[in-house]
Design a binder for this molecule. Structure first.
Ligand SMILES: Cc1cc2nc3c(=O)[nH]c(=O)nc-3n(C[C@H](O)[C@H](O)[C@H](O)COP(=O)(O)OP(=O)(O)OC[C@H]3O[C@@H](n4cnc5c(N)ncnc54)[C@H](O)[C@@H]3O)c2cc1C
Length: 385
């Protein structure tokens, strides 16, 4: 799919009712589950099955492949509501969306069957792009795919692959023709149990319910039928969609942190009055309110631009602005909530530290602060490298 012929969503829904449904889903399926998953750093697979049953996987995928053919706006609403309950389990649908899109838009019948299974809750997907030496600089990736008869043989190491050890299939980006640089890359749909593919969990302080993995590819043989028609360009477009979802994720989390801090500031008494009666505390909360409102506008503006079908090149500025602002704002809001919690804030008796820890990952994934600033500067016509 080129920059100019993007599909617009075929269907629409009553967005208030849809938000209500997503909120109820999060209360029913995320709230009772996330703390144990966080403690154990173990993905609860039944959550993915529940999300699929609720119709929240593959929201934007065409109906012909089992999806709902809705827009980025509905996906953002779903992610925002889920993230209010827990920002980590909320990314399950997000990752399925990015990997599922690659298979749907750049695959054939075999991949399309995988997409149908994914939407039905029967095939969990992961996206394997990042490598130990190629994080922000995706073009520098080293994983190779060598043609051998009717097969391809993959070698390399991927890092930080969310759900890499839990998924059934991962979309792996590899160099198929090193001489062609970023134009010589393709994705392959590789099943996790393929001989030569091994995973090991990377222990993290944040994002624990949806773990990340190192994926070692050692002479992993897959047939040509597993190759997608797309590579680097497709994932850059996918990242731009994902950035809107990431903004929605942190918008949801920010609201929960702010609501908690507001309540705490009203009930916690010192010097005979609520701590929120002090300007220095009240101003933090007032700033938090503005951060939430500004984040909401930027996120849904970027989502609406995406749904308009405008060429990706014309909406990059809106997308990166939303991603940058929201990920900075969630940092401010959660750090302020932690501060308002005082000494109790860093205990396990209050949620402030957990919320602040989770928000630390906000600026990193799908293009860091600096990468968004670089994109924005270039969009503004600055000769910035
Ligand atoms: C929890 C988590 C989940 C993830 N899930 C996935 C996944 O499912 N699939 C996947 O493929 N990847 C995933 N990633 C990887 C993620 O996209 C990378 O971590 C990210 O791209 C940054 O790469 P890096 O960590 O190697 O940092 P680096 O690229 O090494 O960056 C380090 C620092 O240098 C800065 N920097 C880099 N380049 C520049 C520059 N040109 N100018 C100024 N500053 C610069 C960065 O902003 C950053 O502050 C995940 C990461 C995390 C933490």
């Amino acid at each position: 799919m080129s920059n100019t012929d993007r599909r617009t969503p075929a269907n629409s829904v009553d967005r208030d009712a849809f938000r209500d449904m997503a909120r109820k889903f999060a209360e029913r399926e995320i709230k009772p589950r996330w703390q144990q998953a966080d403690r154990e750093a173990k993905f609860p697979r039944e959550f993915y099955v529940a999300a699929a049953k609720a119709g929240l996987i593959g929201l934007h995928i065409p109906e012909s492949l089992g999806g709902a053919d809705l827009g980025v706006t509905e996906e953002a609403i779903s992610i925002e509501e889920q993230a209010k309950a827990n920002p980590n389990l909320a990314i399950v649908a997000l990752i399925q969306g990015v990997a599922g899109s690659l298979l749907a838009e750049h695959g054939h019948a075999l991949h399309h069957a995988m997409v149908r299974e994914n939407i039905a809750g029967e095939r969990l997907l992961a996206l394997a792009v990042t490598e130990p030496e190629a994080g922000s600089d995706v073009q520098n990736l080293k994983t190779t795919a060598r043609r051998d008869g009717d097969d391809w043989v993959l070698d390399g190491i991927k890092s930080f692959i969310t759900l890499g050890g839990d998924c059934d299939t991962m979309a792996v980006l590899a160099r198929t023709d090193p001489a062609k640089g970023r134009h010589g890359m393709h994705f392959f749909a590789v099943d996790r149990n393929t001989p030569g593919l091994e995973t090991s969990q990377i222990k993290t302080y944040a994002n624990r319910p949806v773990p990340t993995y190192r994926v070692m590819l050692n002479e992993v043989r897959v047939p040509e039928s597993r190759r997608l028609t797309a590579g680097f360009g497709a994932i850059m477009e996918g990242f731009n969609r994902e950035r809107v979802m990431v903004a929605a994720r942190w918008l949801g989390h920010m609201q929960t942190a702010l609501a908690w801090a507001m309540d705490y500031a009203k009930v916690r008494q010192q010097f005979g009055k609520p701590i929120g009666a002090n300007q220095s505390i009240a101003f933090k909360l007032a700033q938090g309110h503005v951060d939430v409102e500004a984040s909401r506008h930027l996120t849904y503006h970027a989502a609406a631009r995406w749904d308009s079908g405008a060429p990706v090149k014309d909406i990059i500025l809106d997308v990166s602005s939303a991603k940058l602002f929201v990920t900075q704002a969630v940092y401010r809001v959660t750090q302020d909530a932690l501060h308002i919690g005082g000494g109790w804030g860093i205990t396990e008796e209050l949620p402030a530290m957990r919320m602040a820890l989770d928000a630390l990952v906000a600026p990193v994934t799908v293009g860091s602060y600096e990468i968004q600033l670089r994109v924005i500067a270039k969009q503004l016509g600055l000769p910035c490298d």
